[in-house]
Design a protein around this ligand. Sequence first.
Ligand code: PLP
Length: 342
Amino acid sequence: MALVTRVTDLIGNTPLFELAATDTGTRLLLKLEQFNPTGAAKIRMAREMVRDAERRGLLKDGGHIIESTSGNTGLGLAVVAAERGYRFTAVVDHHACKDKLRAMRAMGAELVYVADDGDDSLATSAREDLAEAMAAARPDAYFTEQHNNDANALGYYAVAEELLDDLGSVDILLSAVGTGGSLFGTARRLRELGCAARVIGVEPIGSIAFGGEGGPYWQSGTGTPPGATVGTAVDYSLLDEGVKVSDVDAFATARAVAAKLGLLIGGSAGGSVHAALTRLEQFPAGSTVVTIVCDGGEKYLDTVFDDDWMNERDLLDESSESAVLELLDRYSPARRDLVGAR
Ligand SMILES: Cc1ncc(COP(=O)(O)O)c(C=O)c1O
């Protein structure tokens, strides 16, 4: 693909990065979805939801797309709407990363806030209610409703295909669960293609998709906050295990990976990587473990990577960061190569 004419032609074929390897041959590979346009995986499903609506006659020429978003979905829809001539309204809250909101606006999206300035709490269910009401009141509007849209998971089938092309097989797929589209779409397609990977979902402590007590959390773009409903994109029949990660550990991991390797991953990916690194020795020897990095850390320079922001929220924890650095050292693929060469 030497020359493209649309930004969405650049979606997919994202690289794999070997983050860790044990002496028994288990490898942790990161599928770096920040290499998609908008720097996130969500643009895969944004395109699929719009194509699906067009096929089903739900979105007409010049129509209006409405979605509730914490940022990355809105960025993806902004690109697709700009390319295809739709109006796009993103219903957002102040919990979302400011740069994501600015970028959406730059690409022509209209932003509607559900909360007042200064209220930076996560307002998923208020956003969804407003998006639904707005769409119901406008005859030309379509609410893409990512949490309950089958096209969400479908947008990630290509992730499974790319993984099998690159690796032949995957033993463990371990990744963040927000709507569930990326993990369960990838998992379903892997199964369809004959690869029975073990599927491990990761959510923040405080998120309720895997049970337990609900509460606030700072990991962005992931989890189901208390009060929100788990949508149909979360396919429990494909889930082998659900694990929870604290904001402290998730963010310490993102910071440690950046400091050690020069790789910026987002806070939710930090959570997945923490879950994977701390379980690596428990997986059968020789396992290929894949984690989807839903977005890069560039979007969190003012939050996860900012000491003041972290301190104000009591999230900075040197001991957690050193523990991750130690794991990265212990499982460094370069170290394994040296051992092999001796
Ligand atoms: C920052 C972030 N975290 C987590 C996820 C996983 O979300 P979902 O379960 O909705 O696919 C995404 C999706 O791409 C994301 O952008």
